[in-house]
Design a protein around this ligand. Structure first.
Ligand code: ADP
Ligand code: ZN
Length: 438
């Protein structure tokens, strides 16, 4: 592939909708047949009286059973495999906070296809073999590590597997190796910038950085804009999940108008989480994905729990792969406080509007005198001031803005920069200490 080419996979990226849908149907039929090798799906199909031959059009995807995270747990570790274990060369597992973790198996072909998908995303935002790609994401079981590693290598970039944390070393690598592209979770990018400031490093003049890939955790548009201003480069939203290999599922193009989900790899459905019926384009619902070219462990209609909506199916970049809005969070991240539904991202969106505030915040839910309450601790942007009246006035303004958004009055607490915990992986934004009444 020529370095100057706009697309890494033009034959897939620029398909017209009818061509793309024809490819999807062909791959869906193969996938469904292949799933019959998995005892789990075989049993499901038998129970439903369904045969792979019943899939005749793309709409027939709706005849297929849903698959849930619970199904992955119930069949732990290898019950969803569609190939013998000896054909598999790697497994990843996602953090199971309750019960069994989920395990995803990969064949050599799966790893290759995954690398191709990530390479396509990175190429789309301008990475070329001349680039130096630093991956400041956790390695090991977390798919952001090896997923981006293989993708950037596939593209031919010089790849620096820096892994997460140790900001001083990250900055040294960036300077010494001439890092041009960096991948990290957004909460870590803001931390890295704070350390740069402390060290007197100006990313605009002291590094060669030109592009950022940020993702793996929900973040608001305001947070992205802050990150772009801090580092002076474009930051592209990257979506992935271990059940779908990892990164490389959805990624923004140069227009930053939503995430292109690769429809030669997945069938994308947005459904009402209650009725499981499809919702019209533009309406928020749960993202449901069917894998189209997975060998070891294809998944049919996997309920991601992520909430988003379709923004469009065309784009000035020339790709007709569906564009989805940034994730609102997962339905299981939703806070229900005194009967009101709140997503942490709504709170972040408001906090980021205040220039006086930094990037780190923590939402704590408590039960006090039988009432459930929310405290929002947020770091100040600059040095902590002991100008008590102005701090109080700021707290009041933030409280009012939050109340307008979430319809409840939280307790807002301003804290000095660097005083809230920072995690090396995904940020922990909510701590729930409420009493549970039986
Ligand atoms: P775990 O399930 O242990 O959190 P994963 O790495 O598989 O591990 O997490 C995938 C989830 O991370 C997605 O389902 C989604 O909720 C979240 N996520 C990933 N990328 C993004 C993104 N760009 N924006 C918002 N949320 C994201
Ligand atoms: Zn585009």
């Amino acid at each position: 592939m020529e370095d100057s080419s706009k697309y890494l996979h033009p034959d897939k990226e620029t398909l017209s909708r009818p061509e793309l849908e024809a490819l999807q149907l062909e791959r869906l039929k193969q996938t469904v047949k292949h799933c019959m090798n998995s005892p789990f799906y075989k049993k499901k199909f038998d129970e439903m009286g369904l045969s792979p031959d019943d899939i005749k059009s793309l709409d027939d995807v709706r005849k297929l059973p849903f698959t849930t995270k619970q199904d992955l747990r119930d069949t732990y570790p290898f019950g969803l495999a569609s190939v013998p274990l000896r054909k598999c060369i790697r497994l990843h597992s996602s953090s199971g906070t309750t019960g069994n973790p989920t395990v995803i198996l990969h064949t050599q072909k799966d790893i290759d296809e995954w690398a191709n998908a990530v390479a396509r995303c990175l190429w789309m935002v301008g990475l070329r073999p001349d680039d130096v790609f630093q991956n400041s994401s956790g390695y090991g079981m977390f798919t952001g590590g090896l997923g981006f590693q293989y993708g950037a290598e596939r593209l031919g970039a010089l790849t620096v597997p820096a892994a997460a944390g140790n900001s001083l070393r990250q900055i040294k690598f960036m300077k010494d190796f001439g890092t041009t592209a960096l991948h990290a979770v957004p909460s870590y990018v803001t931390r890295l910038y704070e350390v740069m400031k402390q060290e007197g490093v100006d990313p605009r003049t002291d590094t060669k950085l030109k592009v950022l890939a940020i993702g793996a955790e929900p973040h608001s548009e305001a947070q992205r804009q802050r990150i772009e201003e801090m580092l002076g480069v474009k930051a592209y939203n990257s979506f992935g999940m271990s059940e779908m290999c990892g990164p490389g599922v959805g990624f923004e193009c140069e227009y930053q108008n939503g995430l292109h989900f690769w429809e030669d790899y997945y069938i994308v459905e947005i459904v009402d989480p209650q009725t499981l019926e499809p919702v019209p384009d533009g309406e928020i619902g749960e993202l449901v994905l069917t894998t189209l070219n997975r060998e070891a462990m294809p998944l049919l209609r996997y309920r991601t729990r992520d909430l988003t909506r379709v923004l469009g199916r065309t784009c000035p970049c020339g790709r007709n792969h569906v564009r989805l809005d940034r994730m609102r969070g997962r339905s299981d991240d939703m806070i229900v406080l005194r009967g009101v539904n709140i997503f942490p991202i709504q709170i972040e969106m408001i906090l980021m509007k205040f220039k006086e505030l930094g990037n780190n915040y923590l939402i704590t839910l408590t039960t006090d005198d039988d009432n459930d309450n929310m405290t929002v601790e947020v770091e100040l942007a600059g040095l902590f001031t002991d100008d008590y009246p102005s701090l109080k006035a700021l707290e009041k303004n933030i409280t009012r803005a939050l109340k307008d958004e979430i319809l409840l009055t939280p307790h807002v607490k301003l804290v000095p920069q660097g005083s809230l915990p920072v995690s090396e992986g995904k940020a922990v934004r909510v701590v729930d200490k409420r009493k549970v009444y039986q």
